[in-house]
Design a protein around this ligand. Structure first.
Ligand SMILES: *Cc1c(COP(=O)(O)O)cnc(C)c1O
Length: 398
């Protein structure tokens, strides 16, 4: 059984704050300060350039990939970290299209996907200039839209606004039966729900490490390539660190072995040291315990909010099994309500047009946090405390 009191004690959570936004940016693992500090002094400071060999920097992207792979059901040696999620989406989609049935011209996604994934697909398809069409359907219509016109199905497993989950295993099986390759974005599922890439036979997957995995702002993304494709994938972003022999400095690109070829350029070493401290905490947790507690916390929050805050409307699946690790409620003045809430120390976020979004992250959130958050939310709504000009000024990041 995971000791959640022990994992909570591993995070720096500011006094007087209830942090319900770990779905956007996980909190600071206490050990990261010293761990990153040591890397700065003993590795960067004292080893300088020799750190790439002597401090093992070069091997970190695959090492960190394997630790993440443990949480998402990936085979060892098939995940690598680096770059940003948007870039990894581009890379995965380009590779999938390269392996797809040649004459097919449809990339299938849904309108619950995160805009950056859609923008990156639009940019890639425009650059390829081969007549590809990005077909965007309602999330519920994805299954029926899988047919033999589709080259690649590109989906985000959990909807960033509502937490609604796609059924990865069922949709992947349906896609494969129609000869369609799959790209799964795990941004809101890695570290949130148990993921089984290998069991689902997913082709490509990507995700980020600064949300549920707690790697810190700007932490690198990750990419998974199924073993059966690993040796056949030709990277579109063919950077030198994905080359078979980066230090041969050849003028022609030759892909590196397996997942190494999905590396692009110099990896963010200090950020990976911070991520390492976060993954040490994940080593204390069992994903099925995390899932059970996440569902319990979300159910509790929904029940308490529906009792105490009748002006809010649930905008997430009521059934725990169909939801990720977040809950959204709608309110016409959602932005102002969230700002009022943040001013009282309850940090969630706002997603247009009217969603108040709350993430529940069992590693450091417990029942007392849920009670405390709902109490303040109810006070703000019952007494219209959100109705002040300063809460209605939109910041750059919502
Ligand atoms: C958070 C998120 C992103 C963000 O991409 P970055 O390149 O890391 O800024 C992309 N896609 C999805 C599905 C996300 O949830």
């Amino acid at each position: 059984m995971t000791d959640f009191a022990a994992t909570k004690a591993m995070f720096h959570l500011p006094e007087g704050v209830i942090y319900l936004d770990g779905n956007s940016l996980g909190p600071l693992p206490k050990a990261a300060n010293a761990h990153v500090g040591e890397a700065m002094q003993n590795e960067w400071g004292d080893k300088l350039i020799t750190g790439w060999n002597k401090a093992g920097w070069m091997a970190l992207p695959v090492q960190m990939g394997d630790r993440i792979g443990n949480l998402i059901g990936a085979e060892p040696g098939h995940v690598v970290v680096g770059d940003t999620l948007s870039i990894k989406v581009y890379q995965a989609l380009a590779s999938a299209l390269d392996l797809a049935v040649p004459e097919r011209r449809v990339v299938l996604t849904d309108n619950g996907n995160f805009p950056s994934d859609i923008y990156m697909a639009q940019g890639l398809l425009r650059t390829l200039d081969k007549g590809y069409e990005l077909k965007i359907v309602d999330p519920e219509a994805v299954g029926d839209a899988i047919d033999d016109s589709v080259a690649v199905m590109m989906l985000t497993e959990a909807d960033y606004r509502t937490g609604r989950l796609h059924d990865m295993a069922t949709l992947t099986a349906k896609a494969h039966a129609a000869g369609v390759l799959t790209v799964w974005d795990l941004a809101h599922t890695a570290g949130a729900v148990p993921v089984d890439l290998s069991g689902a036979q997913a082709d490509f997957a990507v995700g980020c490490t600064y949300k549920y995995l707690n790697g810190g702002p700007g932490a690198p993304a990750f990419i998974y390539v199924a073993p059966r494709h690993a040796g056949r994938t030709v990277p579109a972003l063919s950077g030198w660190l994905g080359h078979e022999l980066p230090f041969a400095f050849d003028l022609d690109y030759r892909p590196g072995a397996g997942i190494e070829r999905m590396r692009v350029g110099t990896p963010p070493v200090l950020q990976m040291r911070a991520l390492e401290a976060a993954m040490d905490i994940w080593d204390m947790a069992d994903m099925s315990d995390v899932r059970a507690k996440s569902i319990a916390l979300c159910d509790l929050f929904i029940a308490e909010v529906e009792t105490a805050c009748p002006s809010l409307t649930l905008n997430s699946p009521r059934e725990g099994a169909q939801r990720g690790s977040q809950v959204s409620f709608r309110h016409p003045e959602g932005y102002a309500v969230m700002q009022a809430l943040i001013s009282r120390g309850v940090i969630g976020d706002f997603r247009a047009p009217d969603n108040l979004r709350f993430g529940f992250t069992p590693l450091y959130i417990d029942e007392a946090d849920v009670h405390g958050a709902v109490e303040i939310l109810a006070d703000i709504l019952t007494n219209d405390l959100w109705d002040r000009p300063e809460f209605k000024v939109r910041a750059a990041v919502t």
